[in-house]
Design a protein around this ligand. Structure first.
Ligand code: NAP
Length: 285
């Protein structure tokens, strides 16, 4: 019988720890606060924002939403962003991307205080992830995968782990986090030859390609662990992952569902990062 690795279980365990940490900060008179910078009002951003506000509220983290006009110019945007970056009451910043075309994302990446950069935009945090320095912030989704594996006591040390996807938000940083934990990592992408065989060879397979149900039963080996990061809309109009869950579930040892898997943990990691930033900015760690 396969184990379904549920994001809600991971998030519940993380919530306990977060509540303890927020309480410790409260005793020092500090209320951790997340600043959400949103340019325009894309439905995806609004949905993520609602989820983040709910998650933060549930553990006592404050949220301040800075909503900017979709047509804002670079100079005004930088001024607004800088005000958030310099606000001592805001400990972590989440900026929705991609930004509208008139705005230069690179300039804001270089601008953000790395200590407030809780979703790894800054080159400083990116370099830390790639050099195995755990003092920075990794992208929340990549770290959420590690949280799921850790919660279900899946030791990656020495294991053959295949990651499908090499983006800078998921595939590449996740591969570095896995490497840091001594996994033997193979990174696949659209030019990979024999993708099916490479995936089947994995003891742990992470799908982060953004292609609905591309991982069929032929891509997985018996008793392997499958983590599905993909969030797609299937041909039936329903939310689905990169893994054909029904076809794969009986074959593998454990698997994350979509929805209800990695996605449910991402905002918990975001909350954990805000708390860590609040500690660090107040000289507490
Ligand atoms: P992305 O920037 O589009 O990158 C996709 C990666 O997958 C690329 O490296 C691409 O290869 C590779 N790829 C695409 N199709 C492939 C195929 N048929 N075979 C092999 N490799 C393939 O996407 P992303 O931002 O990393 O996101 C990946 C998925 O995770 C999406 O479904 C996204 O919605 C989801 N996501 C989930 C969360 C969460 O919280 N759970 C957060 C962020 C993203 P090339 O480099 O060769 O093009």
């Amino acid at each position: 019988m396969s184990i379904i690795m549920k994001g809600s279980e991971v998030a519940a365990a993380m919530k306990e720890e977060l509540l303890r940490e927020v309480e410790k900060l409260a005793r020092k008179g500090i209320v951790p606060q997340l600043g959400i910078v949103r340019v325009g009002a894309r439905p995806d951003d609004l949905a993520y924002e609602r989820g983040a506000i709910k998650k933060m509220g549930g553990v006592g983290i404050r949220c301040k939403v800075i909503e900017l006009s979709e047509s804002i110019g670079q100079a005004d945007f930088e001024q607004e962003f800088s005000a958030v970056d310099n606000n001592p009451d805001i400990h972590g910043i989440l900026l929705f991307r991609p930004l509208p075309r008139q705005l230069d994302e690179q300039s804001v990446r270089n601008m953000i205080n790395p200590k407030k950069d809780i979703d790894c935009m800054s080159p400083v945090n990116i370099a830390k992830v790639f050099s195995g320095d755990e003092s920075g912030f990794a992208p929340c989704t990549a770290e959420a995968v590690m949280e799921v594996l850790a919660h279900y006591a899946i030791d990656v040390r020495g294991k053959r782990v295949t990651v499908v996807g090499r983006s800078m938000v998921v595939g590449k940083p996740l591969s570095m986090l896995l490497l840091k934990k001594n996994a033997t990592v193979t990174i696949c992408h659209t030019k990979t030859i024999n993708l099916e065989e490479t995936c089947r060879n994995a003891e742990i397979l992470v799908a982060a390609a953004g292609k609905a149900a591309m991982i069929t039963a032929d891509f997985v080996s018996e008793n392997s662990v499958v983590v599905d990061v993909g969030i797609n809309v299937g041909s039936d109009g329903k939310l689905c992952g990169d893994v054909d869950f029904d076809a794969v579930v009986a074959k593998v040892a454990s698997i994350t569902p979509v929805p209800g898997g990695v996605g449910a943990v991402t905002s918990s990691v975001l909350a954990e990062h805000v708390v860590r930033a609040a500690n660090s900015l107040n000289g507490l760690s």
